[in-house]
Design a protein around this ligand. Structure first.
Ligand code: BTN
Length: 250
């Protein structure tokens, strides 16, 4: 049963669904096209990070979204997608948290990630969710950093249906609803919901900007476009792009 407006295009093996979606956007595909891959051979994360996307083990997708919102608000789409992922995980009895701006964590490990990139008049919203991996399925360098719905469900109170299709049936309507809310009313309510789930909320954080500058202070909230607001010794700072490299105590 389909309860979402997306046109899902299923592909077997691709380098990255971001690339596939970009090509389709370039050819004028309709807004709401979702490229869903069984496997990615060169999945990408933020910056120069790669994204491990083994065959049939997770949800690897990119949505082509043409927004009616001002371009200045587009950075908030990362938070919109992260919230939809959190809600879908919560519907499965799990308790995820968001590590600004794009990581979804459970037990301090990454279970999902979002990569939102603008391309001409479209936003390419990439989502990766680890579903079916066991501990031994991750490469050594991810052992302490990555987890999956299957692993986390062993500790959850409710039984979780682990299949990719049942999970998509929950995720895609969630994503459609959260996008529609932002298109209709702007991102503020969504950003507040993300902040409620933020692992760094009110914590003392250390953050690296892309140019290497370090910022430290109390994580105070999310600004109007999903930027991180930090109270520092020198006053309030808004950070649009950066990586939280450490945090402690609220
Ligand atoms: C991150 O954690 O830095 C973002 C990870 C995003 C991974 C998804 S999987 C589907 C889409 N295609 C990619 O190559 N990356 C995104």
């Amino acid at each position: 049963m389909t309860r979402h407006p997306f046109a899902v295009v299923r592909v077997a093996s691709v380098t990255s669904t971001q690339r596939e979606a970009r090509e389709r956007a370039n050819s004028g595909c309709r807004s709401g096209t979702v490229v869903l891959a069984e496997e990615q051979t060169a999945g990408r994360g933020r910056g120069s990070n790669s994204w491990f996307s083994s065959k049939g083990d997770g949800i690897w997708l990119t949505l082509v979204h043409r927004s009616r919102r001002p371009i200045a608000e587009w950075p908030s789409m990362t938070s919109v997608a992260a919230l939809a992922v959190c809600r879908a995980l919560e519907d499965n009895g799990l308790s995820p948290l968001v590590k600004w701006p794009n990581d979804v964590l459970i037990s301090g490990k990454k279970i999902a990630g979002v990569l939102a990139e603008s391309y001409e008049d479209a936003i390419l919203i990439g989502i990766g969710i680890n579903l079916l991996q066991d501990e031994g399925d991750f490469p050594d360098e991810l052992l302490d950093k990555a987890t999956s719905v299957r692993i986390e469900s062993r500790h959850a109170a409710e039984e979780t249906d682990l299949g990719i299709e049942p999970f998509l049936e929950i995720l895609l309507p969630r994503l459609a609803a959260d996008l529609e809310s932002v298109e209709r009313s702007g991102p503020r309510a969504t950003l507040d919901s993300v902040w409620e789930r933020s692992v760094i909320r009110d914590c003392f954080v250390e953050l690296a900007r892309p140019d290497g500058e370090m910022i430290s202070g109390r994580a105070a909230g999310l600004g109007a476009i999903g930027d991180l607001l930090i109270d520092t010794d020198k006053g309030h700072v808004s950070v649009a792009n950066g990586t939280v490299i450490g945090w402690r105590g609220a």
